[in-house]
Design a protein around this ligand. Sequence first.
Ligand SMILES: Cc1ncc(COP(=O)(O)O)c(C=O)c1O
Length: 303
Amino acid sequence: MAIIDLFDAHAPLVVEPLELPLFVEKKLKVLIVRADLVHPLISGNKWFKLKYNLLAACKQNVSRVISFGGPYSNHIHALAWSAQQLGIDSVGVIRGEEVSNPMLADAQKWGMQLHFVDRANYRERHDPIWQAQLKQDVGSGVIIPEGGSNALAVRGVAELMRGILAQLPDLDYLLCACGTGGTLAGLISAAPESVKLEGFPVLKGAGFLQDDVLKLLKVAGVDAHCPWSLDLDAHYGGYGKIRKDHKEHWLAMEEQFQILFDPVYTSKLLRRFLEKVEQGMYPAGATVALLHSGGVQGRRSIV
Ligand SMILES: Cc1ncc(COP(=O)(O)O)c(C=O)c1O
């Protein structure tokens, strides 16, 4: 398949109202941006983050892409499928000891070579010397960073922001879950000063993302025009930790809104947002949109 067929256009971006008596009480207009629906296999933010990465790989006739993720990574899942569609070999460097699960089985089925590295080694993944050794082990190729987050991802996610603004010109707040901060950086890069962007890291102690987002904006050559902030209370125990209370909340919200959320990112974004609404953190009359960044395949890790 040519890149143009895969990334030329996505399904129309759906923006839906989210309705709860709480929102009426607080006089808020709340919407959800269903980026999870833009593509069945390159879901949510992945479509936008991978678009220009894979376009560049195709233009340069790259034969192999190498990237990184945990054993349930939505990024690895989307990359394995799209690389196969484009006839590019792919390698997934997976954090932790060798395991098997439905996500990794999909990736292998789509031809991805899996390379497990222990956590200590995984921490070296940004080091050029470590990367050179990695290429000796798995074969040469272009490295796409964890989560796909680089300048090319920022450029792709900026298109998502423009799509959101086209439908919500009076938007006051846009909220997204954060892992590496690439999605937030892309949204910031195209947001006008009238929109406040809030990132909700799902890692504990993720204050470092403040710098990471600024670095991403810098490498992408763009400035922030909008106010933006991080809310560091959305981790509910830490990355990938799904405590009993969170599982109950997440599944109850799926039932309430009749929308599937993933356990690691969007369910925590929604939970923290609801807490902030209860606490009166958004002014009456505000229009608030939450980004559903996809990753619903990750539900298979829990349910
Ligand atoms: C479903 C989902 N939402 C949000 C994120 C966070 O995106 P980012 O790493 O760009 O901050 C991820 C991670 O890649 C994800 O899989």
